[in-house]
Design a binder for this molecule. Sequence first.
Ligand SMILES: NC(=O)c1ccc[n+]([C@@H]2O[C@H](COP(=O)([O-])OP(=O)(O)OC[C@H]3O[C@@H](n4cnc5c(N)ncnc54)[C@H](OP(=O)(O)O)[C@@H]3O)[C@@H](O)[C@H]2O)c1
Length: 177
Amino acid sequence: MMEGKMSKTILYIAASLDGYIAGPDDDISWLSPYQGIEYGYEEFLAKIGAVIKGRRTYDIEVRNGWENAFSIPQFVLSKNKPELPRPGVTFTNEDIAQVLQKIKQITDKDIWIEGGANVARQFINRGLLDEIILTIVPVILGDGIRLFDNIHKRRNLLLTDVMRFDKGLVQLIYSVG
Ligand SMILES: NC(=O)c1ccc[n+]([C@@H]2O[C@H](COP(=O)([O-])OP(=O)(O)OC[C@H]3O[C@@H](n4cnc5c(N)ncnc54)[C@H](OP(=O)(O)O)[C@@H]3O)[C@@H](O)[C@H]2O)c1
């Protein structure tokens, strides 16, 4: 029998030390000084077969002209239709468990849960997340969009790795119990 590799759902995201993924008014300018830093993004991306993100995150990427940064299929959760259809981008309003099932039929690579907080929360609350790769940026924002808000129950985590990169970036890798 063929050995089937189980694809993992991974929340791969950057946050401030005080747990924000964006400052007020979707401010992500605090991430800019870290653009050029080698922190394993390419290696991570090589293991990914699809990306799931919320419509707000997608819209911001489009607004910034980053929508072509992804060569892997993107699934955008939204109750709305895209203003402009783009190749490789699927808008979906299906239940997230259903979305995962469909993606697993097209890839056995890992699935990147890109965010934002709204989407991350749903995967955590539904018990659909296997791993968290959290890059902590050395800044305290004080206000903005909290990564872990409205989590319904305690989740025990197992720390599987810790890495330190240039300019004080720290990456924590947890498997979700
Ligand atoms: N620091 C980082 O690494 C990082 C990573 C990602 C994002 N961000 C930032 O996070 C912010 C966005 O996060 P957010 O939490 O506000 O929004 P989000 O999670 O990106 O998007 C939320 C939207 O997605 C749609 N949606 C979510 N779940 C759905 C579901 N189950 N079914 C159908 N539609 C669903 C809804 O849009 P509709 O109204 O269209 O239905 C909802 O308003 C931005 O500032 C972005 O730049 C930061």
